[in-house]
Design a protein around this ligand. Structure first.
Ligand code: SAM
Ligand code: DTB
Ligand code: SF4
Length: 377
């Protein structure tokens, strides 16, 4: 049961969301236990592989170049650093690595070739690989799938109506198209939203309705609480009440029984008791490690203590789907062949020159000629 037929309209979902809190939690906990192991929680590590300097104007985002948030922009991380970070994440108990880039969309360039290599490498370490790189074309999604990508995160963030109040540089439909491309390539879809941006409850329900209308709803639905970052247009937003996140998690759980509900950004402001109620109400995944993309998150040790106290266990990788195979990438292979050919040609030219007793012309710098003249005086 991908979607719950009892709650497939705006009205029924809204009624569900507004149910007496503990009744809602009980209903969500019951559904959760029918479809998932309630003790298992997936730990997913986030890694910002390309930080800041983004051209978009997402009102919540500290990585948009136009806002003064103090985030230092960095170019794409090297494949070696990604492997190091993935090793740390795995050693700390994470079963998934989500690599995020502050891009509007993916461009077919050397950076993307490197991301393909990162996906191949991390997949070969036995971790579920997820990426969140902005908008994707059909071909780019296929290339990522071929490299061994398990999941792609692309959030709708809110209802279509509220979206336009928060972002003006792209449209809701652009996001829906990317999700379709990801789905079409056979990649697991991770898509959710943010609460606490000033939206109404109707917008939260509108977000869920967008997924309800899909032929296949996302396998994973992150629920983020806004991290109000100084310098962004949403810096003044007041923190949500703990029961709002519990309600949102529980409603999502009941509406999409098979999906994994991810308790995402904003956990540093949630007590262990609130998080406990979220797990009770069906949250099956968290982002682990002391940093999200640019903002703080609870430390591994803190979460490990919480897991002990609440009796939770980290979920192993590939429980919900097989590990994808990493195939050779055509573009990278072509580039390798070309580089090899160039190297060979150069070597042949050198060998030929030596054979012909060729003496290379030596150019001297103007300064060294002047120096020589000075010395000979
Ligand atoms: N640039 C890509 C994109 O927009 O899809 C990927 C990175 S973007 C930072 C990933 C998601 O992080 C956003 O879609 C948004 O839902 C979430 N996010 C960003 N800033 C946030 C904040 N301050 N609080 C909560 N969630 C946030
Ligand atoms: C998601 O829904 N939340 C994560 C992940 N997907 C990529 C990102 C949260 C980012 C919070 C702000 C920051 O750290 O920059
Ligand atoms: Fe750029 Fe993504 Fe941040 Fe929007 S959410 S500004 S697209 S990094």
């Amino acid at each position: 049961m991908k979607v719950n037929p009892q709650y497939n309209t705006k009205e029924t979902l809204l009624k569900l969301y507004n149910k007496p809190l503990l009744e809602l939690v009980f209903e969500a906990a019951t559904i959760h236990r029918q479809f998932h192991n309630p003790r298992e929680v997936q730990m997913s590590s986030l890694l910002s592989i390309k930080t800041g300097g983004c051209s978009e104007d997402c009102g919540y985002c500290p990585q948009a170049a136009r806002y003064n948030t103090g985030v230092n922009a960095h170019k794409l991380m090297t494949v070696e650093t990604v492997i190091e970070q993935a090793t740390n994440a795995k050693n700390n108990g994470s079963s998934r690595l989500c690599m995020g880039a502050a891009w509007r969309e993916v461009k077919d360039n050397r950076d993307f070739d490197n991301v393909i290599e990162m996906v191949q490498e991390v997949n070969s370490m036995g971790l579920e690989v997820c990426c969140t790189l902005g908008m994707l074309t059909d071909d780019q999604a296929k290339r990522l799938k071929n490299a061994g990508l398990y999941a792609y995160n692309h959030n709708l963030d809110s209802s279509e109506e509220y979206y336009a109040d928060v972002i003006s540089t792209r449209e809701y439909n652009d996001r829906l198209n990317t999700i379709e491309n990801v789905r079409g390539a056979g990649i697991s879809v991770c898509s959710g939203g943010i609460i606490g941006m000033g939206e109404k409850v109707d917008d939260r329900i509108g977000l869920l309705m967008s997924y309800m209308k899909m032929e296949n709803p996302p396998e994973s639905i992150p629920i983020n609480a806004l991290v109000a970052v100084e310098g962004t247009p949403l810096e003044e937003q007041k923190e949500i009440e703990s029961w709002e996140i519990i309600r949102m998690v529980a409603t999502t759980r009941i509406a999409f029984p098979e999906s994994v509900v991810r308790l995402s950004a904003g956990r540093t402001s949630l007590s262990m008791e609130t998080q406990g109620l979220c797990f009770m109400a069906g949250a099956g995944s968290i982002f682990a490690g002391d940093k999200l993309l640019t903002t703080p998150n609870p430390e591994f040790n803190e979460d490990s203590q919480m897991f002990d106290i609440l009796g939770l266990i980290p979920k192993k990788p590939f429980q919900d789907g097989c590990q994808p195979e990493s195939h050779k990438d055509e573009i990278i292979e072509k580039k390798k062949v070309l580089a090899e050919k160039r190297k060979k040609e150069l070597q042949e030219a050198r060998d030929k020159a030596i054979k012909n007793n060729f003496k290379p012309r030596v150019f001297k710098s103007v300064d060294s000629i002047k120096n020589e003249k000075q010395l000979s005086k």
